[in-house]
Design a protein around this ligand. Structure first.
Ligand code: ZN
Ligand code: ZN
Length: 367
């Protein structure tokens, strides 16, 4: 197996090569760009990364110096005693650079403005080059994503027999997270969404928003993921508490049909727009077109939303080694929503589905 240090160095090389500039700067503060720093160096803390050709320096502060030394191998670590932007400007100046690329969507305007005023160089906005590189996963990254998907699947399998009418959304979410962490997940992949009843119509519901309890006939939606070596799975399953109402069964079978049709359409060479359109057509033909407002899917990896995008606006074409979600849904305010979300690894001729919790019918639980 290739040593992590060598992998990080080759990623840094690929990144600088992809740019029309000799140097690149990235900044992670309060998780603003932890994926870039982790992907390019292995560092999981806060700091600034300056890359110049094969050379690079990681600037951080005393809270992270020891951690950085453990995580980044040979890469030079600079401990800032003053203001990090000042030290970053000095590092850029010392290398005689007149242009440095950065990804505007990853930094704050105040960071940009401070750095710009401190030095005699131009900061050139480039559209998130690390995110582009991260779209194609290596076999090692796919192993971590498969493991994260498996942990999520198994946690839900273990939880289902415990569900009872009267249990609260937050209590269920906590139990799910407990099961995932017990099975080796690093925290959670993202904020766990457990919603029931009319709350299932809110796409990004958080149990802290309502704290509703399970009632007979409720839809019960789980949208959650585990995290392994920084890589995040993202699965949604919609179940029903007790006997499912007719409308819930009807919506469920449509969403499932859209999910399966889209999965069958995934292959290298297909565009994000084409695959999205397959699912959208199934839902629109049944008259629910305006109840499916979001995109069909998104890449997963060190972040829960990354390239490729599968949507009506997508500019991406699928390639073997990309890992994406497929998540059509139908949401009816006041009644509830259904979403069925799987994670798939794109292959030359199709895809491997790496989420395995059963979805073939609307499962009745809690009785
Ligand atoms: Zn999700
Ligand atoms: Zn998702």
């Amino acid at each position: 197996m290739t040593k992590p240090e060598i992998i990080y160095a080759s990623r840094r090389k690929a990144l600088v090569k992809s740019l029309d500039a000799k140097a690149f700067i990235a900044y992670n503060y309060e998780h603003s760009d932890r994926a870039t720093l982790r992907y390019l160096t292995g560092f999981t803390g806060e700091g600034t990364l300056l890359l110049v050709g094969d050379d690079g320096v990681l600037l951080t502060d005393s809270r992270y110096t020891e951690q950085a030394k453990r995580e980044v191998g040979e890469l030079h670590v600079h401990e800032c005693r003053d203001w990090m932007a000042k030290d970053a400007a000095a590092e850029i100046g010392a290398r005689g650079l007149d242009r440095v690329a950065f990804a505007a969507r990853r930094v704050t305007y105040s960071w940009y403005d401070a750095l710009r005023k401190l030095g005699e160089f131009a900061l050139v906005d480039v559209p998130d080059p690390t995110n582009d590189l991260r779209a194609l996963k290596s076999p090692e990254e796919i192993v971590a994503l498969r493991r994260a998907a498996k942990i999520a699947d198994e946690a839900l399998r273990e939880l289902v027999p415990e569900l009872r009418v009267g249990m609260g959304e937050a209590e269920i979410a906590l139990r799910l997270e407990w099961l995932m962490r017990g099975a080796g997940s690093e925290g959670v992949g993202f904020e766990t969404n457990v919603s029931c009843g009319e709350n299932t119509a809110l796409n990004h519901y958080n149990p802290a928003m309502g704290g509703r309890a399970l009632h007979q006939g409720d839809l019960l939606l789980f949208d959650f993921g585990a995290c392994v070596d920084g890589y995040r799975s993202d699965i949604t399953r919609t179940l029903c508490v007790g006997r499912a109402p007719k409308q819930a069964v009807e919506i469920y079978s449509l969403v499932l049909k859209a999910n399966e049709a889209a999965i069958a359409a995934v292959a290298a060479g297909k565009t994000g727009i084409e695959v999205d359109a397959v699912a959208r057509a199934v839902i629109a033909e049944a008259g629910y077109g305006d109840r499916f407002g979001h995109g069909l899917g998104h890449g997963i990896g060190l972040e829960v939303h990354e390239r490729p995008s599968l949507s009506t606006q997508s500019k991406d074409t699928l390639a073997a080694g990309m890992v994406t979600t497929i998540e059509p849904g139908i949401y009816i305010p006041g009644f509830g929503g259904v979403r069925v979300e799987d994670d798939v690894v794109v292959t030359a001729s199709g895809c491997d589905v790496i989420t395995a919790f059963p979805k073939e019918r609307l499962i009745e639980v809690g009785t």
